[in-house]
Design a protein. Structure first.
Length: 457
């Protein structure tokens, strides 16, 4: 089925961050959009307000008839949906055009000049930053983001005129192999999703293959020091980047007083006095990568300098809720040991000398099993580490795997606690904190706003 033949799009798992961005794309195109999700959320409520027809019961009978027109309906599903889901089975058995989210995104990446960001961590912030830089420039862009931009309150940006689309390239389930980037950044290749890949070698090979998908005439921009062995096609320009080294890098950093300013060095033209709108040190290298992509697309220095200063960040990525001399409270989606390490080091740099506490909800039994020693090592950089029970997401428990594995291996000298998630508010009420970060990709973030209100009434 060609995209031009589609009149209706039905999403099974409509409320996911990637799925909802696609739903917004088709709504912007004027198509009928509907779908199912397990529970209503703030994101699904926004989609309904924007025109999507959603329901929250797995029932073929309540699907609107307009989404049962086989000749003109595209059905998009997420791999998180079980194979015995009755609506998924109805469409599969009925011979409808059925595609994974990654397939649809791949088709769109072929239709436009795709600027993609891949990597174990940093990709959501870098993608959102690059999209903001281009949106604020004369170039413009479409964008499919892996988080909600705080500048725009959405995970999707639409342009009728720009040929560029900014895409977060997700390695889970090898989804990013569907993309055909015009230019891509690869931020990191620290092993993750070993429940999918099995070994570090297979994980790295997945990135090696991704590097072959960049279109001739485009560019591959890799963080310095990656273990992967890129295999770009002939005609693809290859660059390196980093915080202080690489073809693209920062120089003359000025950090202090809650601000970060640096000079951007680039083979495409330097830009002095770049102010980070979200001043945490990890955003220096994220900013370098985003600036590189935006420069590739033709954004001008003055546009980029102004846009970087106005960047407000992404919900749940260094998302400050309170920031004063008495208390700092923020939420960070970090759920991989290296992400947590970078998060803590960034906070140490900006809030030098202040007591740093994290409440961490481990994400997935398999990830905890694979990396509990690395999690403990990262959390040992804190003054205080507070652990809650594991957020299972798509998994069943694994015997012998719990937060206790991490707790037992945190270095001596760090104050440490294990509490139930439901006890988090009571803990904060009775336990003095200074700089407090809520870490993890699960549902612990649901408490962040109430924690902020407790500490900053």
């Amino acid at each position: 089925m060609e995209l031009s033949d589609i009149k209706s799009v039905y999403f099974i798992g409509a409320g996911g961050i990637g799925m909802s961005a696609l739903a917004r794309y088709f709504l912007a195109k004027g198509l009928r959009v509907g779908g199912y999700d397990r529970v209503p959320t703030e994101l699904t409520r926004h989609l309904e307000a924007e025109g999507a027809s959603l329901h929250y019961e797995d029932s073929v009978d309540i699907i609107d008839p307009c989404f049962k027109d086989k000749a003109h309906t595209l059905v998009v599903y997420t791999p998180a949906i079980p194979s015995d889901h009755s609506e998924l089975r109805y469409y599969a058995d009925g011979g409808f055009e059925l595609q994974k989210r990654a397939q649809v995104l791949g088709t769109l990446s072929r239709a436009m000049k795709a600027l993609c960001v891949a990597g174990t961590h940093g990709k959501t912030t870098t993608t959102t930053m690059a999209a903001h830089l281009l949106h604020e420039s004369r170039v413009g862009c479409n964008a499919f983001l892996g988080g909600i931009s705080k500048n725009y309150g959405t995970n999707y940006l639409y342009s009728q005129t720009s040929p560029y689309v900014v895409v977060e390239a997700d390695e889970f389930d090898r989804s990013f192999h569907q993309l055909r980037p015009w230019a891509t950044v690869i931020t990191a290749t620290d092993p993750d999703h070993l429940d999918i890949y099995g070994t570090e070698e297979a994980y790295l090979e997945s990135f090696n293959h991704y590097s072959t998908l960049v279109q001739p005439g485009g560019a591959l921009i890799m963080h310095t020091g990656l273990k992967m062995k890129a295999r770009p096609q002939e005609g693809v320009r290859v660059y390196s980047y980093g915080r202080s080294e690489g073809d693209f890098h920062a120089a003359n950093e000025r950090i202090g007083g809650g601000e970060i300013v640096f000079d951007y060095k680039s083979p495409l033209g330097d830009i002095d006095n770049v102010h980070l709108g979200v001043p945490v040190s990890i955003n220096i290298e994220n900013g370098v990568a985003a600036l590189a992509l935006a420069q590739m697309a033709g954004a001008e220095p003055d546009e980029l300098r102004s846009a970087m200063a106005s960047f407000e960040g992404v919900e749940r990525r260094f998302d400050f809720k309170v920031k004063n001399d008495r208390h700092v409270v923020l939420s960070d989606y970090a759920h991989h040991p290296e992400e947590i390490r970078q998060s803590i080091l960034s906070l140490r740099e900006v809030f030098d000398g202040r007591k740093l506490t994290a409440i961490f909800q481990p994400h997935l039994y398999s990830r905890t099993h694979d990396f509990y020693m690395e999690f403990a090592e990262s959390l040992s950089l804190l003054d205080e580490a507070v652990l809650t029970e594991i957020y299972p997401a798509r998994e069943l428990p694994i015997e012998g795997v719990s937060s206790q594995l991490i707790y037992d291996n945190i270095a001596p000298g760090v104050e440490k606690y294990i509490i139930k998630k439901d006890s988090v508010l009571d803990f904060v009420k009775s336990h003095p904190t200074d700089v407090l970060v809520i870490l993890g990709a699960g549902d612990l973030d649901d408490y962040t706003q109430r924690i902020a209100e407790l500490l900053n009434p």
